[in-house]
Design a protein around this ligand. Structure first.
Ligand SMILES: Cc1cc2nc3c(=O)[nH]c(=O)nc-3n(C[C@H](O)[C@H](O)[C@H](O)COP(=O)(O)OP(=O)(O)OC[C@H]3O[C@@H](n4cnc5c(N)ncnc54)[C@H](O)[C@@H]3O)c2cc1C
Length: 289
């Protein structure tokens, strides 16, 4: 059943300060509305429970991509189209650009924001594994000021996060420390785009010939939250990549991930696909002599 529109209220605060004040004055009453690409689906389906929204899409403090020597900062309102168009992101953070290019179609990429993808906290969201391997930080802002949190600590359970009711995501920061790392991503769904992922992956490895000096592996859709496979990463560190290591890594991953069965896929299928993707990534480094 479709929603009854007069039940809903959308206000447009003139600036960030007033938006935050309104969220502080009535905690939990006002929720942010950015591109609306997640919220409008719920509205259309008559499943949008929350009634009062603040439009934030016009706020300049939450916009723009800026680079310093040490990091790239993306305003929370950065769209998928803007991500794909940015030269530094394309060169240094290709996993985020690939995820952006496979998120929805052009209309969604023009409208949907990275901050919305993070706050919506779907375990199947495509950008989130990239943020995990890039060791992103989030800047959260409220009338109490702003503070940085490691993105890795943001999700606390299925669709729950550490963000308080009076806070907004202001920006996403990516440290520029991954020069020379090999990077690989994968989205497995019913189709390549316009489909919710059954498994999505972002991986990076710092290699010395065929020995792994450091590796970061992140998966979406295999747990209630997007996850780093940190135990598998630890067991792969300083190992030479050969057929034995690949076999061993598949077993380590199977012991670490805990996918669920749902309407899109089974746990068994997800586990097998995740192991296949890891193998695909590692096989790129086997040196044929
Ligand atoms: C047809 C279609 C296809 C899609 N395909 C994909 C896909 O392939 N992959 C994928 O990952 N997603 C996909 N999505 C989901 C959606 O487009 C993304 O999650 C998008 O990034 C959401 O951003 P938004 O700005 O539209 O969020 P909104 O809908 O405006 O908000 C989503 C949630 O985030 C909160 N929020 C938004 N901004 C902030 C902020 N700055 N601070 C705090 N909270 C905030 C809102 O209150 C709300 O709870 C698709 C959606 C549609 C409709």
């Amino acid at each position: 059943m479709r929603a009854y529109l007069p039940d809903y209220e959308l206000q447009v605060p003139p600036n960030l300060g007033e938006a935050l004040q309104q969220m502080t004055a009535e905690p939990g009453v006002w929720k942010p509305f950015a591109g609306g690409t997640d919220l409008m689906v719920l509205l259309e389906a008559g499943k949008l429970e929350h009634r009062h929204y603040l439009s934030i899409l016009h706020l300049p403090e939450l916009r723009g991509i800026e680079a310093t020597e040490d990091q790239v900062t993306l305003g929370a309102l950065t769209t998928y189209t803007e991500i794909q168009a940015d030269v530094i992101l394309r060169r240094e953070f290709p996993l985020l650009c690939e995820a952006a290019s496979l998120t929805g179609g052009v209309a969604i990429q023009n409208r949907g924001t990275l901050g919305g993808n993070i706050a919506n906290a779907s375990p199947a969201a495509d950008s989130l594994p990239a943020l995990l391997v890039y060791e992103a930080e989030l800047e959260l802002v409220s009338t109490r000021g702003s503070h940085l949190v490691s993105y890795r600590e943001f999700h606390t359970g299925y669709k729950t996060t550490i963000m308080r009711q009076d806070e907004l995501i202001k920006s996403i920061r990516l440290p520029r420390t991954t020069n020379g790392w090999h990077q690989h991503s994968r989205k497995v769904g019913t189709r390549k785009a316009q489909a919710i992922s059954k498994v999505c992956f972002a991986g990076m490895a710092n290699m010395e010939d065929d020995v792994i000096r450091e590796i970061r592996l992140a998966f979406g859709s295999v747990a209630p939250v997007p996850v780093r496979a940190s135990k598998t990463e630890a067991t792969l560190k300083n190992r030479k990549i050969d057929v034995e290591t690949i076999k061993y890594s598949r077993a380590a991953l199977a012991a670490e991930l805990m996918p669920i069965d749902d309407m899109r896929s089974t746990a068994d299928y997800r586990l097998r696909v995740a192991a296949n993707i890891l193998e695909e990534f590692l096989r790129r480094f086997i040196i044929v002599r």
